[in-house]
Design a protein around this ligand. Structure first.
Ligand SMILES: *Cc1c(COP(=O)(O)O)cnc(C)c1O
Length: 361
């Protein structure tokens, strides 16, 4: 078994850490340590380290910098109400990392090693797990191609790493419904492409649309399918749900995993919990026209988005070149709140966890 060598970091003083944890925002504060593991075709995975958080030294010819052979994951460690630290479904992230690695011609990382890497980092930096409401320690595993070679082919050397970032609410403004921009000009993913895996490149191609969303006063972009530009796929880094009422019980509609939609762990958690509660769940193509028509008629009750960063966020307004329409109220709807409370309750160890999703860090 590959053991981690420890290079201890100079820990920041408790008062400095406490000040940073009051309002850490998202993705700008990092803990004292990080994980790195190297890979080469000859040695396999080797040189696993827990070391001080700091810059990587890379050749300017490093393959990842030129051709984007790079992937990432995202999961969170939570302070449990009863004490201790929990991880939410980390083995799902380990599996998805390998699905991404397969698609990008990168080596698989044993799930056991992924989980140990994450736990080693959380253990070293456990004082950095914030315990305030809505707070968590965001964990960012990544893998990059490190051959110092400009030829276009899969690299023979890789670096896997994990960094950790205490985080508060993902969107500034907390739980108020967001406004989305439906991009009719740009797409994120196409059939046969990489939309269903967490390739870093998917984000590079989404940023122009995201910037356009911001320019039009929206918080996030919603992408349509690349072929017909008609079917709703997902939001920037979130899966989408449309909430109807079926004789007093919620009915959830979400686009199916068609090969260009990212299979979110939160998406799966929402679907599983909804079914568990006896709600109706439909995974089927859902068009912009249906969204607009049902929002206008009132048949559509709520729209929300799901992802590890935000957990669940309500969508209040959808805007596009053709105008805008309300897809929820000015306030978050009851189904959105209920599903968030369920997931957060399990993550924080407050509610019964029927599927064993919260595991000790
Ligand atoms: C990561 C991601 C999601 C959400 O996945 P979770 O596992 O729920 O965090 C949704 N869409 C895209 C494009 C993503 O990259």
């Amino acid at each position: 078994m590959l053991e981690f060598d420890t290079v201890p970091a100079a820990r920041r003083p408790a008062d400095e850490r406490a000040a940073l944890l009051v309002d850490p925002g998202f993705g700008r504060v990092f803990t004292d340590h990080m994980i790195t593991i190297r890979y080469s075709e000859d040695k396999g995975w080797y040189d696993a380290r827990l070391e001080p958080f700091g810059p990587l030294s890379l050749s300017p010819a490093t393959a990842a910098l030129h051709y984007g052979q790079e992937l990432f994951e995202g999961l969170k460690a939570y302070a449990l109400d009863g004490g201790g630290i929990g991880l939410f479904r980390p083995e799902a992230n380990a599996r998805r990392l390998n699905a991404t690695a397969d698609r990008l011609a990168m080596p698989r990382l044993p799930e056991e090693l992924f989980l140990r890497a994450v736990r080693t980092l959380v253990e070293a930096d456990r004082d950095w797990v914030p315990s305030g409401e809505g707070q968590s320690l965001y964990l960012r595993p990544y893998m990059i191609a490190t051959d110092p070679f400009l030829g276009v082919r899969p690299s023979s050397e890789y670096l896997f790493g994990v960094i950790a970032s205490p985080s508060g609410a993902y969107f500034a403004g907390g739980a108020k419904p967001i406004t989305v921009w439906i991009s009719q000009e740009y797409t994120r993913a196409a059939p046969g492409g990489t939309g269903a895996v967490k390739a870093a490149a998917n984000y590079a191609v989404s940023l122009r649309a995201q910037a356009q969303a911001h320019d039009t006063g929206c918080d996030q972009v919603v992408f349509l399918d690349a072929v017909e530009r008609r079917w709703i796929e997902e939001s920037g880094s979130m899966n989408l749900f449309f909430v109807y009422d079926q004789d007093g019980t919620p009915r959830l509609v979400t686009p199916p995993l068609n090969g260009s939609i990212l299979p979110g762990v939160t998406r799966d958690s929402v679907l599983t919990l909804a079914r568990h509660r006896g709600w109706t769940v439909e995974e089927r193509p859902y068009s912009v026209d249906e969204w607009r028509a049902d929002a206008s008629s009132g048949a559509l009750r709520e729209t929300f988005a799901s992802g590890t960063g935000v957990v669940i966020t309500a969508i209040g307004t959808a805007r596009s070149k053709d105008g805008e329409f309300l897809v929820g109220g000015a306030a978050e709807g009851p189904v959105t709140t209920a599903i968030r409370d369920l997931i957060v309750g399990i993550q924080r160890g407050r509610l019964e966890d029927p599927f064993g999703w919260s595991v000790p860090a």
